[in-house]
Design a protein around this ligand. Structure first.
Ligand SMILES: Nc1ncnc2c1ncn2[C@@H]1O[C@H](COP(=O)(O)OP(=O)(O)OP(=O)(O)O)[C@@H](O)[C@H]1O
Length: 249
């Protein structure tokens, strides 16, 4: 089966003379959760911007659902939902109005829309805030609205950037439980996070980015091997430290 997200030989960045990403190649398959990890400035957000189609590859290609953005923009864009690191909402719309807009954009209507909406409002403890304007929500509540919108859409691919920032423990648990559920139902998830223990516990494979290059990818076993660790008990954090600290000691 073809991967839902396929990034091949991607070189990209903010200026043609100074690429930030070098030869990035990875894929995310249906039913997989992949953790994208790296230090500040490693290139995680830049990679995500290329996947979202906000930046154009200088070399290489990005395919979502088998197509590049310029081949079929509608197929490409409707195949994913994105949860950014900082929530982006319309101040003058309520929580329910945001969900309604997402439902329209992703063709989720009628009873299916109502059922998904009610479940999300309950799960994320947002039912009392359904009529609240976005501008009146706390930071974590805004993040919950972004997450609820992505989950309402139930797309083939979720792209999630640092989702735990600002979420309370119940919110984190609800999010992780739902991600496991959508994954088991066949969605693909690319998640970037600095919370390595959570990434290790929930992701099936990992991509370690360092200075714009992939220095290791695969299962924990593969990451440990790339880090030159013999110890089978080493955590993802141990292996990550070995891989990236060479340049910082
Ligand atoms: N808008 C921009 N213009 C120019 N350079 C940028 C821009 N955004 C990021 N960069 C540079 O690109 C490189 C990768 O940054 P990126 O934001 O992708 O890192 P990151 O891995 O997401 O980091 P963090 O964990 O801090 O979010 C850094 O050197 C950064 O300075």
């Amino acid at each position: 089966m073809e991967p839902i997200l396929q990034v091949t030989g991607l070189q990209g960045g903010y200026s043609p003379k100074r690429p930030v990403l070098h030869d990035i190649t990875f894929e995310v398959n249906a039913g997989e959760m992949i953790g994208l990890i790296g230090l500040n400035g490693a290139g995680k957000s830049t990679t995500i911007k290329h996947v979202l189609g906000l930046m154009k590859p200088q070399q290489g290609e990005v395919k979502v659902s088998g197509v590049q953005l310029e081949q079929d923009a509608e197929r490409y864009r409707s195949a994913f939902a994105y949860v950014p690191e900082s929530p982006v909402l319309f101040d003058e719309l309520t929580v329910e109005e945001h969900l309604h807009l997402t439902g329209q954009a992703y063709n989720v209507a009628g009873e299916v829309y109502k059922a998904r909406k009610e479940r999300l409002l309950q799960e994320f403890q947002m039912a009392p805030k359904r009529k609240a304007f976005a501008s009146h929500l706390s930071k974590g509540m805004k993040q919950k609205v972004m997450i609820m919108n992505a989950l309402l859409a139930e797309p083939p691919l979720y792209i999630i950037d640092e989702p735990f920032l600002g979420l309370d423990p119940l919110g984190i648990r609800s999010l992780l439980e739902r991600l496991v559920e959508v994954k088991e139902r066949g969605s693909a998830i690319l998640m970037s996070s600095h919370i390595l223990a959570t990434v290790e516990a929930y992701c099936d494979r990992y991509i370690v980015l360092h200075q714009g290059r992939i220095v290791a990818q695969g299962t924990l076993e593969h990451i440990r091997q790339a880090a030159g660790m013999d110890d089978q008990r080493g955590t993802l954090e141990d292996a990550f430290y070995q891989l990236v600290m060479g340049d910082h000691r």
